[in-house]
Write a protein that binds this ligand. Structure first.
Ligand code: UT7
Length: 326
């Protein structure tokens, strides 16, 4: 039988900064309430990075935990891809800062900017290196300090986001090309730049020279989310050669519990198979999927051999899904 190289997840780690901001804390600064936020989003709290904590620090902590889980050291790492939309600096890439802070040898390091879809995009990109034998040990990280992009007078957005990081270690593994293989089995990535106005940041290096604030037409984004995500999930399952019903764990981007429920319902996924961290983490953009994955692994729900379905949608608009057997 033909042998196939797969990108196998050998370690997972998550990191959340210490400070917890509750809905009631936010009700002190904008006209909102715990009841509204919980009912419309499922969010109860979010974590916020300290002023002296750049996103690379969050990424490094998550990466250390993922490397420890994989039994690897920074010396082994030859590829780092960070999905982020909130870099420490305009350049260099967060990935190279992580490389320096971890003390990894010279290798490949770059960021992927696909906002909330960043982790799905980064994982799929890493597959092009790992499954082709160009990387023996890759770190794929989703890391964000979304609270830095908030307009704290806009109750429609500032209650939704939080900070954090999650990471996986990817290593090549030989399979027989069947769905029984461990590793990334399939993915589907999408973008529709015509919908930029629905979700964007109103600042940037080559426009107004400002960091800017996140702007979102929430109900419009919501409308696209369930349909777009469902299509990408079916396409990723098709690419992997599995049925959505065969999935052990559904690990969605954690934007809104109502979106999670809507997608699961549309795809016929049992809610007991859905990993939800939205209540505790809020929307951590590119970090939300690896953080949810880390939680599911740490609490023992997700086990080696399980088939994981991950999906996300965010600014761009970008969206996508991927299927991994752990
Ligand atoms: O990760 C990237 C992708 N992002 C998403 O997937 C987010 C998608 N969108 C959403 O999750 C939801 O649309 C929101 C949670 C952002 C908003 O929920 P909604 O049910 O779509 O509410 P809405 O925007 O239609 O607003 C309904 C009302 C408005 O008041 P009026 O005009 O009816 O008087 C808002 O002003 O709720 C008001 N509102 C709030 N009230 C209390 C908006 N934000 C708040 C708030 N507290 N924080």
């Amino acid at each position: 039988m033909t042998k196939v190289m797969r990108s196998v997840v050998t370690g997972v780690g998550g990191y959340l900064p210490d400070e917890v901001v509750t809905n009631n804390d936010l009700a002190q600064i904008v006209d909102t309430s715990d009841e509204w936020i919980v009912e419309r989003t499922g969010i109860r709290q979010r974590h916020r990075a300290g002023a002296d904590q750049p996103v690379s620090d969050l990424a490094v902590e998550a990466a250390k935990r993922a490397l420890a889980a994989a039994g690897r050291s920074p010396d082994d790492v030859d590829l780092i891809i960070v999905g982020t939309t909130t870099p420490d600096l305009t350049f260099p890439a967060v990935a190279t800062i992580v490389q320096r802070k971890l003390g990894c040898p010279v290798g490949v390091a770059f960021d992927v900017q696909a906002v909330c879809s960043g982790f799905v995009y980064a994982l799929s990109t890493a597959d092009g290196f790992v499954a082709r034998g160009r990387s023996k040990c890759a770190l794929v990280i989703g890391a964000e300090t979304m609270t830095r992009l908030m307009d704290w007078t806009d109750r429609g957005t500032c209650v939704l986001f939080g900070d954090g990081a999650g990471a996986v270690v990817l290593e090549p593994g030989e399979g027989d090309g069947s769905t029984a293989d461990r590793g990334l089995l399939g993915f589907a990535l999408r973008a529709d730049g015509a919908k930029q106005d629905l979700l964007y940041v109103d600042g940037g290096v080559s426009s107004n020279g400002q960091i800017g604030h996140l702007r979102m037409q929430g109900n419009q984004v919501f409308r696209h989310a369930v349909v777009n995500i469902s299509e990408a999930v079916i396409a990723a399952a098709g690419d992997a050669g599995i049925e959505v019903a065969d999935v052990d764990w559904f690990i969605p981007h954690q934007a809104n519990q109502r979106i999670l429920d809507g997608v699961a319902r549309r795809l016929g996924i049992d809610e007991a198979k859905v990993i939800s961290t939205v209540a505790e983490h809020a929307n951590t953009s590119a970090a939300s999927i690896p953080l949810a994955l880390a939680k599911g692994v740490e609490d023992g729900r997700i086990e080696p051999g399980d088939v994981l379905l991950m999906e996300a949608m965010g600014g761009g608009l970008t969206w996508g899904a991927c299927v991994v057997r752990l």
